[in-house]
Design a protein around this ligand. Structure first.
Ligand SMILES: Nc1ncnc2c1ncn2[C@@H]1O[C@H](COP(=O)(O)OP(=O)(O)O)[C@@H](O)[C@H]1O
Ligand SMILES: C[C@@](O)(CCOP(=O)(O)OP(=O)(O)O)CC(=O)O
Length: 200
């Protein structure tokens, strides 16, 4: 019989609006901690994989940061919501399958059901992190308001009702990301080096 999968020691669940810098910030954490300690998990990964297959699309482009995915975003949101209605943990389970590093960085929680799934599966290890940027900054990074996307649960589902453990302000005139991420990196390093998975 196969060994049971090891539990993570820390699960950092990130959320934030489009172009707030979720990928940028989580990539920075990944590069600081290294691939043996930390993995990035994207809930949109299995969603895009399945959606691309069913619709004959280019998965690499759908996963990339370019404009390609934006053509399909509104429809992918609806498609994913149908799946989630039947099983709210569907994409969370697929995205975490096989992850073996002690620190998991989930880069794209969007809904309360995503956060609830991690808090229920890993209550001691889960922490929530919000990445925020002003609309001006997001616009400079290529964002423009799209009806059916920016006013939908996918973008607004975590606007209220959550007390984040950390809020990272990803702006040129905010304290540096290095500085803001210090407590998170410290916790991750402690968690990774602790011998027991039962406590942080
Ligand atoms: N602090 C930053 N410094 C420089 N470029 C940034 C910063 N934050 C984000 N970006 C850039 O802005 C764009 C959007 O960021 P991204 O991380 O893809 O946002 P999200 O994943 O939230 O949609 C990317 O091109 C990214 O490289
Ligand atoms: C259908 C989606 O999963 C698409 C997510 O795509 P990305 O995770 O690439 O989005 P950003 O990084 O915010 O630009 C959204 C959803 O509601 O599940």
């Amino acid at each position: 019989m196969e060994d049971p999968e090891p539990e993570p020691k820390l699960v950092l669940v990130f959320s934030g609006k489009r172009k707030s810098g979720k990928d940028y910030v989580t990539d920075l954490i990944h590069s600081r901690l290294g691939p043996d300690v930390c993995c990035i998990l994207r809930l949109s990964g299995p969603l895009k994989q399945q959606y691309a297959q069913e619709h004959g699309l280019d998965l690499d482009q759908l996963l990339g940061p370019g404009l390609y995915k934006e053509q399909f975003r509104a429809d992918m949101i609806l498609w994913g919501e149908t799946r989630r209605r039947h099983d709210p943990g569907f994409f969370c389970r697929l995205a975490t399958r096989g992850a073996r590093q002690p620190v998991w960085v989930v880069s794209d929680a969007r809904r309360l059901s995503d956060l609830r799934w991690f808090f229920s599966e890993f209550p001691r290890q889960t922490r929530s992190v919000r990445v925020q940027s002003s609309e001006t900054t997001r616009t400079q990074r290529g964002w423009s308001f799209t009806t059916g996307v920016d006013d939908a649960e996918s973008e607004c589902g975590l606007d209220s009702g959550v007390e984040f453990d950390w809020i990272i302000t990803n702006e040129a005139d905010a304290p540096s990301l290095e500085e803001q991420l210090q407590p998170i990196l410290k916790l991750a390093e402690e968690a990774a080096s602790s011998s027991s998975s039962s406590s942080l």
